[in-house]
Design a protein around this ligand. Structure first.
Ligand code: FAD
Length: 383
């Protein structure tokens, strides 16, 4: 047994320090403005691209850095610690490209992966629809074969990076009579007729565009089908299993950002003639916040290690769901307490903790709600 497996390596720690330094210097200064203005964080995206973070998730043979999942989680954490909207740009492109990486043809990999790895191009993952969120198989989007093409018709909803992405990974029914076995997956370029018809105004994650994407007679070459016909549901779930741990990391990062800010504030703020950091009631709150966050971080890293190890015991779905659920519930609780620790100031936009609270909420909803994660966990245990 090697207990070092439970520690971060020197390389991981150095990487964490480097990303933290970059994020504090180049991303944190824009975080409040992108949230206020609902503006895509282009300056921050430039900074993370210069650090080659978009390359992390992709194999070296396709222009990537071939980093392990813990490294990717550290990047997600450190970006989310200052700006959750920026962290999602890097996570969603990976989400959009995992189907290509794991199920795509060699031609698709060679064409698209280097573009996203360099940061020149971004991707979206189009699974949800107005009437098909948790119930993926209820999707209505249709792909009909016509010669060497498929013709795509339908509406996708809640699509992160809508309008910013150049490529859209779209799930659609090729056989509507076959339920979830009738779903297939396609890579669609923006210029083939992808229309963004609405952008949402959201509680949090406001620097990340979330939109309605409409496909009307969009012709997609059959060469751009990812995997086999009917394999779409499996691809979607396989992808989410390998992405959820990094949503957990995003949640851990948001929680850590709130703790770090609150700790600094408690040392400065005085009440009754002394720093409020000396009040035991508040000290215990901080201890609980840190405890929960550290526990969530450990579970997230374990889920990441399972992805890297190729899911040796077949429990990645369950552990990944646990990691996402624990981390996002923790982020919600910790950020709520951080607002409390700052008193009235915490409730204003002059301080970042209310943004952390608003950003934390989405981690309980996307990539499967926390109720759906509990369905996954219970199914693994009870059948
Ligand atoms: C900001 C944002 C970004 C997003 N980005 C993307 C994206 O890039 N791509 C994409 O495809 N989707 C994306 N989504 C969609 C997201 O994944 C869905 O919102 C989510 O899966 C829930 O679906 P729904 O909103 O239709 O809720 P519903 O499925 O209608 O759920 C409503 C409620 O019922 C509960 N529920 C549903 N089924 C069950 C069940 N079996 N057991 C117990 N409770 C249940 C849910 O937990 C929830 O509380 C995004 C959403 C948001 C808000």
């Amino acid at each position: 047994m090697d207990s070092a497996a439970f520690l971060l390596s020197d390389t991981h720690r150095q990487f964490r320090d480097a990303v933290r330094q970059m994020a504090e210097a180049r991303i944190a200064p824009h975080a409040a403005a992108v949230d206020r203005d609902e503006a895509f964080p282009w300056e921050s995206y430039k900074a993370l691209t210069e650090m080659e973070l978009p390359a992390l998730a992709f194999p070296a043979e396709y222009g990537g850095a071939g980093a392990d999942m813990v490294t990717q989680a550290i990047a997600a954490e450190e970006l989310a610690r200052v700006c959750a909207s920026t962290s999602v740009t890097f996570l969603v492109t990976k989400l959009g490209m995992l189907p290509v990486m794991n199920f795509g043809s060699e031609e698709l990999k060679r064409t698209y992966l280097p573009r996203v790895a360099s940061g020149q191009s971004q991707a979206s993952y189009c699974l949800s629809e107005p009437d098909a969120g948790s119930d993926v198989a209820a999707m209505r989007c249709r792909a009909e074969r016509d010669g060497d093409d498929y013709v795509l018709n339908g509406t996708k909803y809640w699509i992160t990076n809508a309008g910013v992405s150049d490529t859209y990974t779209v799930f659609a029914k090729t056989d509507p009579s076959a339920g979830h076995r009738g779903i297939s997956c396609f890579l669609v370029e923006k210029d083939w007729g992808v229309r963004v018809t609405k952008l949402e105004h959201k509680l949090g994650l406001r620097g990340s565009p979330t939109g309605e994407v409409v496909f009307e007679d969009v012709r997609v070459p059959a060469s751009h089908r990812i995997g086999e016909e009917g394999q779409g549901f499996l691809i979607a779930m396989h992808t989410l299993d390998r992405s959820r741990p990094t949503i957990g990391a995003q949640a851990v990062g948001i929680a850590q950002g709130a703790i770090d800010y609150a700790v600094g504030y408690l040392k400065e703020r005085k009440a009754f003639g002394k720093p409020i950091a000396e009040l035991q009631g508040l000290r215990f709150m901080v201890a609980d916040m840190a405890m929960r966050t550290e526990a969530a971080r450990g579970l997230v890293y374990r889920a990441c290690a399972l992805v890297d190890a190729g899911d040796p015991d077949g429990d990645l779905s369950m552990v990944g769901a646990m990691a996402k659920c624990v981390a996002s519930d923790t982020a919600m609780a910790v950020t709520t307490d951080a607002v409390q620790l700052l008193g009235g100031y915490g409730y204003t936009t002059d301080f970042p903790v209310e943004r952390f609270l608003r950003d934390a909420k989405i981690t309980q909803i996307y990539e499967g709600t926390n109720q759906v994660q509990r369905v996954v966990i219970a199914k693994a245990l009870l059948g």
